[in-house]
Design a protein around this ligand. Structure first.
Ligand SMILES: NC(=O)c1ccc[n+]([C@@H]2O[C@H](COP(=O)([O-])OP(=O)(O)OC[C@H]3O[C@@H](n4cnc5c(N)ncnc54)[C@H](OP(=O)(O)O)[C@@H]3O)[C@@H](O)[C@H]2O)c1
Length: 287
């Protein structure tokens, strides 16, 4: 069985490759990457490296050729129409090369009424997969915990959590845990063909998050949200991205980012790491 992982040079992709190596021989792994230089260390381990930009159906077809199981991690390309074309190239390449299982790595913010400005992409993906001929698994990742530890010093300086989500909750999961579940799905045929929502064990209100952040940083942090306009202006980096970023918190304010499921435990046989344990370890590791 030949496994192919796309975007394997990204933060999530690297974690998936590292996890996959616990179960799959390097010569049964292929990485489809935009920039092979970034995958040089994996090449040295005997993993196959294929170069392909998502913009080229031809390059993707060459890269997927001979593979059985594909783990497709989308780019962060915005707007959705551009990312849809990237995905379209990949799904056509998967059809042409007879991929046996297309494992799509998505995001929780895919609801039909989700205001997240990157959400339209996921609407297309779902319909395209459902109406196509390639067998597939659809994975909805929860919000990454990973950006929180490096963000904590800034939060401590503010003394505030600023997310404009009112009294709603967000569930977080680390990329490492996501990789654990995704690799199990890839290697176990019995898990193929379904939809999964990968989340941490609980959703956090911002008041609870502020308490946790206070405890870990040793400074007082309260929940004092900005308005959506203020938040978009403060985090408008790169210029113009603020409204896109804040639309994710508008989704959270509608209660759409707090889903908690047992999928992770069902897949891996263990609970995803609680945010408090994750934060404690990672924050100490930073200082
Ligand atoms: N759950 C969450 O909270 C959350 C948050 C942010 C993003 N996401 C989603 O998670 C996924 C990836 O996350 P990540 O943390 O791994 O992001 P990342 O570290 O920014 O990695 C992005 C990857 O996509 C590759 N890529 C970008 N444009 C490409 C193109 N045109 N052709 C081929 N490859 C391309 C990059 O290649 P290079 O190495 O060559 O640049 C890189 O490997 C994305 O689908 C994103 O939408 C989820």
């Amino acid at each position: 069985m030949l496994y192919n992982i796309t975007a394997a040079t990204g933060n999530l992709g690297v974690k998936i490759v590292e996890e996959a190596l616990k179960y799959i021989e390097p010569n049964n792994l292929v990485l489809t990457v935009r920039n092979p230089d970034k995958a040089a260390h994996f090449k040295q381990m005997g993993i196959g490296i294929k170069q392909a930009n998502y913009r080229s159906e031809q390059a993707l077809t060459a890269a997927f050729s001979g593979s059985d199981i594909l783990i497709y991690i989308p780019s962060l390309t915005f707007p959705s129409v551009a990312r849809i074309m990237e995905f379209e190239n990949a799904i056509v390449a998967a059809e042409k090369t007879g991929i046996k299982q297309f494992i799509f790595i998505g995001f929780m913010a895919d609801h039909g009424n989700n205001p997240f400005k990157m959400s339209p992409f996921f609407g297309y993906v779902q319909r395209r997969l459902a109406s196509g001929t390639v067998p597939y698994t659809y994975i909805r990742n929860g919000m990454y915990s990973d950006p929180l530890p490096p963000y904590l010093p800034e939060l401590a300086r503010w003394g505030k959590i600023l997310y404009p989500v009112a009294d709603q909750k967000i569930s977080f999961i680390s990329r490492k845990d996501l990789a654990k579940a995704i690799v199990q799905i890839a290697i176990k045929e019995s898990l193929h063909g379904k939809e999964y929502t990968l989340t941490g064990p609980k959703a956090w209100s911002m008041a609870e998050l502020a308490e946790l952040m206070s405890r870990i940083s040793g400074s007082s942090i309260i929940y004092d949200p900005l308005t959506t306009e203020q938040f978009a202006e403060l985090y408008d980096e790169p210029k113009g991205f603020g409204p896109v970023l804040v639309s994710l918190y508008e989704a959270a304010a509608k209660g759409l980012m707090g889903e908690v499921t047992e999928d992770f435990e069902r897949i891996t046989g263990e609970k995803a790491e609680d945010l408090s344990i994750y934060m404690e370890r990672e924050y100490r590791g930073l200082s």
